[in-house]
Write a new protein. Sequence first.
Length: 192
Amino acid sequence: MAPSSHDAELAAILDAIGPRLRALRHERGLTLEALAARTGISVSTLSRLESVLRRPTLDLLIPIAREHRVALDRLVAAPATGDPRVHLEPLRHGRESVVVPLTRYPGRLQVFKQVLAPREPRLQTHDGREWLYVLAGDLRLILGERDLLLRPGEAAEFDTREPHWFGPAGAEPVEILHLYGPRGDQVVVRTD
């Protein structure tokens, strides 16, 4: 019996995982030994996965995805579902604040659209860099001793190890784009 087109498509998807795993490991600068130590998967198994000599299973792919901090679908590259829309899931914080994650890869640059309701300033610090762009309303940004006002179309970028807080400048909510780089990634602005 000849393989169906569905079987051929599945085989092609599975065969593409190995080279994708190798490329991701190289991109991260890891040896097979280092990845094995971090995931608990043997060097031999990792090598066979990358060489397409072993079929990938969820119990092998999940620890690898977790170590590389990528979504499982990045490793698998599943076929498109036919629906090109991105289905964003807004998260509510308090009564009026809403956060819409625009990216899905933890540990890498993350992008959010936020509507922030008025609240009391509370300075915080953590590793990384943040970039804020005001879409609507006025944003109050406190950076250490500086108290700044940003209006629509204005942006700010800062090291999050400096004590900071941001929110509406007045009684009305503010709408912003918020980029956060947990490893201190900086935004690169190109003008050409």
